[in-house]
Design a protein around this ligand. Structure first.
Ligand code: UD1
Length: 381
C-alpha cells in the first residue's frame, strides 16, 4: 500500500509524526512525505522536524505564503504533478490548514482516496478559514478519523455514512505523551528566566484576532491588565508580529515596547516561536495558558493546565466539557476576570478524554490496513 502523507504548516507536524512512525512498522506500507512548505521559516518548520524526529520530506513543494486562493491553487497545481508521478493508493491529510484541503481536493479529483485525520470538528463559524477547510475536506474524504464523539454527530448531520467514520483518538496526544519526558529535560525555563507556575503563556495568531485593529487592541488591553498580576510569555507568530508593527501597536501599548526588544525581565515578554519540546515544557509548567489556537486547547486538557481560549467558539467541545478549557471570547473584562479567577485557584486534576491515550495512530493504521485488505480502497476515490 502506497500512502502519500501531507504536511504544510506547524500544527501538522506533531500530527503526522506518530502516523509515520507507525507506518514504518509495517513493511507492506510505503510512505512518501510531501511538505507543501506553507510554513517555511526555520522556527515554524525545520525545528519541528528535528524535535519530532520526522524524516526529511521526500518532496518539498516550496509554496510559501500568499492569499488563500493563491496558496491553495499553487499547492493543487504542484501536488497534482506529485500524484500523477507517484500514483499512490491513498492520500492522508491531517488537521485543517490550507495544505490539507488543497491536497485532499487534488487527490479526490484524480480518483485517489483520501483519509482525513482529525475529521468532523466544527466551530460553526464560517468566517474561520479552518472551518471551510474542515467542511470541504470532510465532504470529499473516504476515511474520517475522529478525535472526539461530537465529531461523529457533526459528520452524520452533514450526511456522511457512518461506515466512513472511525473514532480512533487524538494523534497529537500520541506525540505529546511520547515526548513528555524528553521535553521535561528542556532548559527553556532557565533560558527565559522563568519559574514553574509563576508565569502565563500566550499564543495569538487567528486572523480574526490579529488582522483587525480593534480586535487586536481589545485583546492587548486585556493582556496589559493581566501582566500586572503574572508574567506573560508570548512566543510570537509571524502573522501577529507583522500586524503589531503595521498597526504600530507598541506606540499605544508601552508594555509591548520593551518586549519587542526582547527584555526577558519584563512582565510581558515576547520570544521567537519555539520548537515543540521547549513549547511543551513551557505550557506544562505554566500557571495559565491564554490562546486562540485549536491544538493547545487539547494539549492543556491532557496536561491539566488551565486554558483560556480567546475566541467565541471552539470546534473542540470536549476540552470544555472534559478538560481545563474555558471559552472567554475577546472582550477585555471577561478575559481579565477569568485570568484573575484562575490565578486565585489551584489547577484542576488532569483528565484525558476517551482514547487520548497514545494509541490513536496504531488504531488508524490498523484500520487502513484492514480496509485495504478488504479491497475497500478500490470502491472509493
Ligand atoms: C496557518 C493555518 C492555521 C494554523 C496556523 C498555525 C491556514 C488557513 N491557517 O495560519 O490554521 O493555526 O497556520 O501557525 O492554513 N509566515 C512567515 N513564515 C512562515 C509562515 C508564515 O513569516 O513560515 C507569515 C507570512 O507573513 C504569512 C503569514 O505568516 O503570510 C500567515 O501564514 P499562513 O500560512 O497564511 O497562515 P497562518 O496564520 O500561519
Amino acid at each position: 500500500m502506497k500512502i502519500i502523507n501531507v504536511v504544510g504548516a506547524r500544527p501538522n507536524f506533531m500530527k503526522i509524526a506518530p502516523l509515520i512512525e507507525e507506518m514504518k512498522k509495517h513493511p507492506e506500507i510505503t510512505q512518501i512525505l510531501v511538505h507543501t512548505e506553507q510554513h517555511y521559516d526555520q522556527n515554524m518548520s525545520k525545528l519541528f522536524f528535528d524535535d519530532l524526529g520526522l524524516p526529511k520530506p521526500n518532496i518539498n513543494l516550496r509554496i510559501g505564503s500568499g492569499s488563500h486562493a493563491e496558496q491553495t491553487a499553487r499547492i493543487m497545481i504542484e501536488f497534482e504533478k506529485v500524484l500523477l508521478r507517484e500514483n499512490p493508493d491513498l492520500t492522508l491529510v491531517v488537521g485543517d490548514v490550507n495544505s490539507c484541503v488543497a491536497c485532499a481536493l487534488t487527490s479526490i479529483k484524480l480518483g485517489i482516496p483520501v483519509a482525513h485525520v482529525e475529521a468532523g470538528l466544527r466551530s460553526f463559524d464560517r468566517t474561520m478559514p479552518e472551518e471551510i477547510n474542515r467542511i470541504v475536506t470532510d465532504a470529499i474524504s473516504d476515511f474520517l478519523f475522529i478525535t472526539e464523539k461530537s465529531a461523529k454527530d457533526n459528520l452524520l448531520r452533514e450526511g456522511k455514512l457512518k461506515e466512513k467514520i472511525f473514532f480512533t483518538g487524538n494523534v497529537m496526544i500520541d506525540t505529546l505523551l511520547k515526548n513528555k519526558k524528553k521535553s521535561d529535560a528542556s532548559e527553556v525555563l532557565s533560558k527565559l528566566n522563568l519559574k514553574p507556575k509563576e508565569y502565563a503563556v500566550l499564543t495569538l495568531h487567528r486572523p480574526a484576532n490579529v488582522d483587525v485593529r480593534e480586535n487586536l487592541e481589545r485583546i492587548l488591553e486585556a493582556l496589559e491588565e493581566v501582566q500586572k498580576h503574572i508574567k506573560i510569555v508570548y512566543p510570537i507568530h509571524p502573522r501577529t508580529k507583522k500586524m503589531i508593527n503595521e498597526f504600530r501597536m507598541s506606540k499605544t501599548f508601552s508594555f509591548l515596547d520593551d518586549n519587542l526588544t526582547k527584555n526577558s525581565n519584563s512582565s510581558f515578554f515576547i520570544t521567537e516561536p519555539l520548537g515543540y519540546l521547549d513549547f511543551l515544557k513551557l505550557i506544562s509548567e505554566a500557571k495559565l495558558v491564554l490562546t486562540d489556537s485549536g491544538g493547545i486547547q487539547e494539549e492543556t486538557t491532557v496536561l491539566g493546565v488551565p486554558c483560556l481560549t480567546l475566541r467565541k467558539n471552539t470546534e473542540r467541545p470536549i476540552t470544555i466539557k472534559g478538560g481545563t478549557n474555558i471559552l472567554v471570547g475577546t472582550q477585555k473584562d471577561k478575559i481579565v476576570k477569568a485570568a484573575l479567577s484562575v490565578l486565585a485557584k489551584n489547577n484542576r486534576p488532569k483528565k484525558s478524554p476517551e482514547k487520548w491515550d497514545g494509541l490513536a495512530s496504531k488504531r488508524i493504521i490498523r484500520i487502513l490496513l484492514e480496509q485495504y485488505e478488504l479491497n475497500k480502497f478500490k470502491e472509493k476515490g
